[in-house]
Design a protein around this ligand. Structure first.
Ligand code: SF4
Length: 460
């Protein structure tokens, strides 16, 4: 049997026609991928390579139709919450209320990449005083002002405190433009003092109970605002059910990650895994459909594993990937040059952890929020990366730097040192801009050097 080969956009259109001739039935948001170029200007799709399965087609179409979904929900009388920065907590609360949907305006981070900077969002942010010394999330400012990328939310919620300087400055600038924001405080996670009441967070870290209680009170306050928006209080019963449904999605993702990252060859490409992981944070505005999309990817993965149908052969160098990439094409490039992703920390690891179901729901969510890798020390984050590198037998680590991101100034070096010290693996720090194309020659040689070093270590 021929192993699955990745397809260009053009090839996917041909495959789409073939699948339809063979009787493929798609959800309402389905269709050929190239229409997103024509209809929404998602030019970057022309330069990506995609997994050839119907499950991947569904994933991409689901991702690329989110704004339509939000507008339809609004048109049907639903209320929209723009959630900023927490990546995975407040959406669980919002989705517990049937009349509310949450989305991340932060997702505009990827719009300049998808539209190959034809959107003008960075220039818009420049004019508002937020220039290229900030991370690509500054695109969000332009998206709010132009109104062409996502609907204006009925409520805006943003975590403050232990967040990066970039987001803090950009969200404050947004407020000065007339967008009212409900802020909630996230403290910087610290280790409990000796004898201080403490608890274990999802993922295994410890935090002082006082911090958990502080976050819980803040989330309860946000819960009241959400209930006011929905016209129906967010009761513990509703929230408990919301947590249970969110955990169904998280369980599917955990299983998918374990299968894909733990397999000898890669049954799914890195790019589709990046997109799949991102569904965890707000379910791409449809929680139930997210579960169906993930179940489809899992079924495809299981089938390929049973049949040893690898998209990347077991010879590919196993790379652990740190941070999301501003240009999605970077995930393809690693594979073009002989690597495969065998684990990742896309800064949303807390959104992949199961939310405890044996605690009052706001307390459970507070513990999960405090497990965010970006609200504690980089050393904690590095330790988790090391544990995952061990679990998935990584042979190299790539820390992709985010242009302008304040946390990237130091974290890469800390992670590199810890990984070298504990595992002796080669580590590459690589700044991935919103469009990598002009850097391809230098990136290629740096990636090849990393992969070659990892291969040489196999012979020792
Ligand atoms: S600097 Fe990093 S954490 Fe902050 S918004 Fe940008 S990518 Fe997110």
């Amino acid at each position: 049997m021929t192993p699955p080969r990745k397809l260009s956009l053009e090839q996917w259109d041909e495959r789409w026609r073939e699948l339809h001739r063979g009787g493929l039935v798609e959800p309402a948001y389905g269709g050929p991928l190239s229409r997103h170029v024509a209809e929404e200007g998602d030019l970057r799709l022309r330069h990506l390579a995609f997994d050839p399965s119907p499950a991947a087609l569904r994933l991409w179409n689901f991702l690329l139709t989110e704004n339509q979904r939000l507008r339809q929900f609004r048109a049907g009388g639903g209320r929209l919450v723009g959630v900023m920065k927490d990546l995975g907590t407040v959406p669980v609360m919002a989705f517990a209320l049937p009349a509310v949907r949450a989305f991340y305006p932060d997702g505009a981070w990827w719009t300049p990449c998808l539209m190959e900077c034809g959107d003008g969002l960075f220039q818009h942010a420049d004019r508002l005083g937020i220039d290229a010394s900030f991370c690509p999330v500054r695109a969000m400012l332009g998206a709010f002002e132009t109104g062409g990328h996502f609907p204006r939310p009925d409520l805006l919620v943003c975590s403050a405190g232990a967040v990066c300087d970039d987001f803090s400055a950009i969200a404050q600038r947004l407020e000065t433009l007339g967008y009212a924001i409900a802020w909630w405080e996230m403290p910087r996670r610290r280790n409990p003092d000796e004898g201080e009441p403490a608890c274990t967070l999802p993922g295994g870290l410890q935090a002082p109970q006082s911090q958990v209680e502080g976050v819980r009170d803040e989330l309860e306050r946000i819960g009241n605002l959400l209930g006011g928006l929905a016209g129906c209080p967010l009761t513990d019963t509703l929230l408990t059910e919301g947590v249970r449904r969110a955990n169904q999605v998280r369980r599917l993702l955990q299983t998918l990650r374990n299968r894909v990252y733990g397999s000898p060859g890669a049954p799914l490409p890195a790019l589709e895994m990046l997109v799949a992981e991102m569904l965890a944070i707000h379910f791409c505005s449809d929680r139930e459909e997210t579960a169906r999309v993930l179940a489809g990817l899992l079924a495809e993965t299981d089938r390929r594993c049973r049949e040893h149908q690898w998209v990347l052969s077991p010879e590919a160098v196993r790379v652990f990937w740190v941070n999301p990439v501003a240009d999605l094409r970077a995930m393809n490039l690693l594979e073009d040059w002989g690597g495969r992703v065998c684990g990742a920390d896309f800064m949303i690891t807390h959104a992949l952890e199961l939310i405890p179901e044996d605690l009052p729901p706001c307390e459970a969510l507070a513990r999960t929020a405090l497990a965010d890798p970006m609200v504690g020390s980089t050393r904690d984050r590095a330790d988790r990366i090391i544990a995952q590198c061990r679990q998935f037998a990584a042979e190299a680590v790539i820390v992709s730097r985010i242009p302008g991101a304040s946390h990237c100034a130091r974290e890469g070096e800390i992670i590199r040192q810890r990984v070298r010290q504990e595992l002796g693996l080669p580590v590459l720090e690589w700044e991935v801009p919103s469009l990598v194309d002009p850097l391809l020659p230098t990136l290629g040689s740096r990636l090849q050097a990393l992969l070659e070093t990892a291969r040489l270590r196999r012979r020792r």
